[in-house]
Design a protein around this ligand. Structure first.
Ligand code: KIV
Ligand code: NA
Length: 270
C-alpha cells in the first residue's frame, strides 16, 4: 500500500509526480504510468461536470469519483480534494466530510485549500488518522474573492503570509503542500524552509514535485492555463474517432459483416 511516508522519503531525492484523475479508466492509465500521487481534484467541476468554477462540487461528487479512482489504482497514493465549504465551517462537519473520503471512497489522504482557518483543522484530522495535503498560493475556491485566478504571493506581505501558513500547516502535521500559481523564487524559498514535500503547479522548477490537471496534460481540455503543458492531443484523437464513426454509420460502411452476428435459423417472425 502506498503511504504518505513513502512520499516524504522521496522528497528531495527524486521529483514527485502527481496528476489528477476523476474516473476509473483514467486512473488506471495514470497509475500504470507510475505516477506517485493521484489527486481527485475538485477541478472535477470544470473538467468533468461542466461547471464554470469548482464551487458547486459536493462532498457526494467527490466521494463517488474518488471511489471510482481508488478502485482502479494499485500503486499510487490517492488524495481526495475537499470541496468548497465542506471543511472550515464547523469542525464536526469538516471531520465527517473528510472522513467519508477514507471510510467510503478509499482515499489515503485529503487535500484542503488552506488559510488561517485550516491550521487547527489539519491538526485535528491528522490526530484522528486522516493525512492532510495542504494547498496554498492560488486557491481556486476563492475565485469570487480574487475576481479571477491571479498569481499569489507577488508582493512581500503576500509572500510572507504564504510562507507563514506553510510552516503552520507543516507544524500542524500536513504531509505535503501544493503551491499553486506563485512566483518560482517564493516556491523555492518555501520548499527550502519546509521538511515536507512541496508539489507545484505554476510554481516553477524548484518544488519537490509537480502536479497538473490530467485533462490539460493529455490535451483533452478546451482551455488550459498558461503554466500547464500539453503532452498529447487526446481531444483531436477523440474528434477524429467520433467523426469517423458518424461518417461510417451514415455511409453504411459500419457495421460490416465482421461486426454483425450471424443470422439465426429462426423463421421470419414478420
Ligand atoms: O483540483 C485540482 O485539480 C487541484 C490541483 C490543480 C492542485 O487542486
Ligand atoms: Na482543487
Amino acid at each position: 500500500m502506498p503511504t504518505v511516508r513513502d512520499l516524504r522519503a522521496k522528497a528531495g531525492a527524486e521529483p514527485i509526480t502527481m496528476l489528477t484523475a476523476y474516473d476509473a479508466p483514467t486512473a488506471a492509465v495514470v497509475d500504470e504510468a507510475g505516477v506517485d500521487v493521484i489527486l481527485v481534484g475538485d477541478s472535477l467541476g470544470n473538467t468533468s461536470l461542466g461547471y464554470e468554477t469548482t464551487l458547486p462540487v459536493t462532498v457526494d461528487d467527490m466521494a463517488r469519483h474518488t471511489a471510482a479512482v481508488a478502485r482502479s489504482t494499485d500503486d499510487a497514493l490517492v488524495v481526495a480534494d475537499m470541496p468548497f465549504l465542506s471543511i472550515g465551517v464547523d469542525e464536526a462537519a469538516s471531520v465527517e466530510n473528510a472522513g467519508r473520503m477514507l471510510k467510503e471512497a478509499d482515499a489515503h489522504a485529503v487535500k484542503l485549500e488552506c488559510g488561517p482557518h485550516t491550521v487547527d483543522l489539519t491538526e485535528k484530522l491528522v490526530r484522528l488518522g486522516i493525512p492532510v495535503m495542504a494547498h496554498l498560493g492560488l486557491t481556486p475556491q476563492h475565485v469570487n474573492q480574487y475576481g479571477g485566478y491571479p498569481r499569489q504571493g507577488t508582493d512581500q506581505d503576500g509572500a510572507e503570509r504564504i510562507l507563514e501558513l506553510a510552516e503552520a500547516h507543516e507544524a500542524a502535521g500536513a504531509f505535503s503542500l501544493v503551491l499553486e500559481h506563485v512566483p518560482s523564487n517564493l516556491a523555492a524559498d518555501v520548499t527550502a524552509a519546509l521538511d515536507i514535500p512541496t508539489i507545484g503547479i505554476g510554481a516553477g522548477p524548484d518544488c519537490d514535485g509537480q502536479v497538473l490537471v490530467v485533462d490539460d496534460a493529455i490535451g483533452l481540455s478546451e482551455w488550459s492555463p498558461s503554466f500547464s503543458k500539453q503532452f498529447g492531443n487526446v481531444r483531436e484523437e477523440m474528434e477524429s474517432a467520433v467523426g469517423e464513426y458518424v461518417s461510417a454509420v451514415e455511409s453504411g460502411e459500419f457495421p460490416a459483416d465482421e461486426h454483425s452476428h450471424e443470422e439465426s435459423d429462426l423463421e421470419d417472425i414478420y
